[in-house]
Ligand binder design. Structure first.
Ligand code: FES
Ligand code: FE2
Length: 469
């Protein structure tokens, strides 16, 4: 399969040029040009090659046959985020990553490297560790009859071994899958012939050169069960076209329709969303001081009320100053090399198929969208929220997952602030309606906008390449 990344030196400004000719909306670049720092090189890049405008069949979201093809041809061949380094920090630490019918057991080795195995016993198939579990084990013992493997996958104990004179121990090493860690994010790939992770990630490693998360940890891990296809949930976070109707109060503090959407290759895209400015759809006319008063960053503890905005400064500049000061004081981290936009904006990178990774320190989180079992109408959304390790201390243990049902509010999750939780509730409350509506559809297709939903289109193009490839 040909999976060449788009060459970012061949960028296309046509879409933006056309938009500017017809719609009086400031671009993301125009907004960050009013900051106190020049635009960071990485944020100055644009890449939105022309795409077709064909409809997307709803079959992609509601068909069991299509879901099964995704499972067999796509999930089995892509790099996918499983957990962070802190989840398997020491020798013998393990983490079970489940995706559809597959289950993968990631294990930290004695030499600090990682190995990952199909989580299925070679005796009679039992999962060696339960789905969704993590922890420590000195070896990998099946809970049914006790076949036991070393951490490196060597079979070394079979109870009643005289019963198995026909057993080839070497051939019954645990079958491996690929596993690699980048920036402390651990990815697996079941395809042993797949290209290395860094190639798969296209521009992302280069873009994240100044956004390092090695010395961070997962302080909150939320899982929400949803009654929709995993792509319905994912794609709800890939455009801000819905903001005026779904999050009307957010339009006052977020430049939703100002967002920049970039498509870099088959596997990666991003949107850059300015915070601390009002959307073109906001009618409140907030002052810079009012914008600063309403501004929230991802980590609730990083927000302080009552920051004055002096004459000649903007809410964005003041918030960026506050971020730099907080990181220096609390974490001994110097953000002076980052632009204002890198400090405060939502810099949302999509890594195909199902990961959203935020760049910069302002909203440090991962969002993950996974099928729930083998049902195309169900998925699980996961949020891993990150925080720097306290200076001089060892990395704290990662938070245990906190699971909520569709009808439960994100605001009930300990450590979630009211505003962020209610925004996520708004996003997820529309998803069942979309899933049910697609089943009810006479048109049986979606018609996407050419720019604001261009990244969604790319997801489907790449998905079809895997399915047909
Ligand atoms: S099924 Fe695993 S030891 Fe029997
Ligand atoms: Fe939203």
């Amino acid at each position: 399969m040909d999976m060449d990344a788009t060459d970012i030196t061949e960028l296309d400004d046509d879409v933006e040029a056309k938009d500017k000719a017809t719609i009086p909306i400031k671009t993301y670049r125009e907004i960050i040009d009013s900051d106190s720092t020049p635009a960071a090189d990485v944020l100055a890049l644009k890449s939105n090659p022309p795409q077709p405008t064909d409809d997307i069949p709803v079959e992609h979201f509601i068909s069991q046959d299509f879901f099964n093809l995704e499972m067999e041809k796509m999930w089995s061949r892509v790099w996918q985020f499983a957990c962070r380094d802190e989840h398997v920090a020491e020798e013998g630490d393990y983490f079970v990553y489940d995706i559809g019918r597959y289950s993968i057991l990631i294990v930290r080795q004695a030499d600090e490297s990682l190995k990952a195995y199909h989580n299925s016993c070679l005796h009679r198939g039992t999962k060696i560790r339960p789905s969704g579990s993590s922890g420590y084990a000195p070896n990998l013992q099946c809970p049914f009859h006790g076949w036991t493997w070393e951490l490196d996958g060597t079979l070394n104990e079979v109870p009643c071994s005289w019963e198995f004179p026909h057993l080839d121990y070497e051939a019954n090493r645990l079958p491996e899958v690929q596993v690699e860690s980048w920036n402390s994010f651990i990815f697996i790939n079941m395809d042993l012939d797949a290209p290395p992770l860094l190639d798969y990630l296209e521009v992302v490693p280069e873009h994240f050169e100044n956004w390092r998360f090695e010395n961070w940890y997962t302080y909150q891990h939320v899982q929400k069960e949803l009654n929709c296809n995993w792509k319905v949930a994912l794609e709800g976070f890939m455009e801000a076209y819905h903001t005026p109707l779904v999050h009307p109060e957010m339009t006052h503090v977020v430049g939703d329709w100002n967002m920049q959407h970039d498509v870099f290759g088959d596997h990666t895209s991003r949107d850059l969303c300015p915070l601390g400015v009002s959307s073109p759809t906001s009618t409140l006319g907030l002052s810079e001081q009012e914008l600063a008063d309403r501004m929230l960053l991802g980590d609730p503890e990083s927000h302080e009320d009552g920051v004055p905005v002096p004459e000649g400064k903007t809410a964005r500049i003041v918030m960026a100053e506050q971020m730099r000061q907080k990181f220096a004081e609390d974490y001994n981290i110097d953000l002076s090399g980052l632009s204002d936009a890198e400090c405060i904006d939502s810099l949302k990178y999509n890594i195909f198929p199902n990961m959203i990774l935020y760049g910069g320190p302002g909203l440090p989180q991962i969002q993950l969208f996974k099928p729930h079992g083998m049902d195309p109408d169900k998925c699980i959304m996961e949020n891993f929220n990150l925080r720097p390790c306290p200076p001089g201390e060892t990395r704290p243990d990662p938070a245990e997952p906190y699971r909520i049902k569709e009808e439960e509010s994100f605001t009930t999750v300990p450590g979630t602030n009211e505003f962020s939780g209610s925004v996520l509730d708004q996003d997820t409350s529309i998803m069942r309606w979309q899933q049910e509506g697609m089943h009810a559809s006479k048109k049986a297709a979606q018609t996407l906008s050419r720019y604001q939903e261009s990244r969604i289109r790319r997801i489907h193009e790449t998905l079809v390449k895997y399915i047909e490839g």
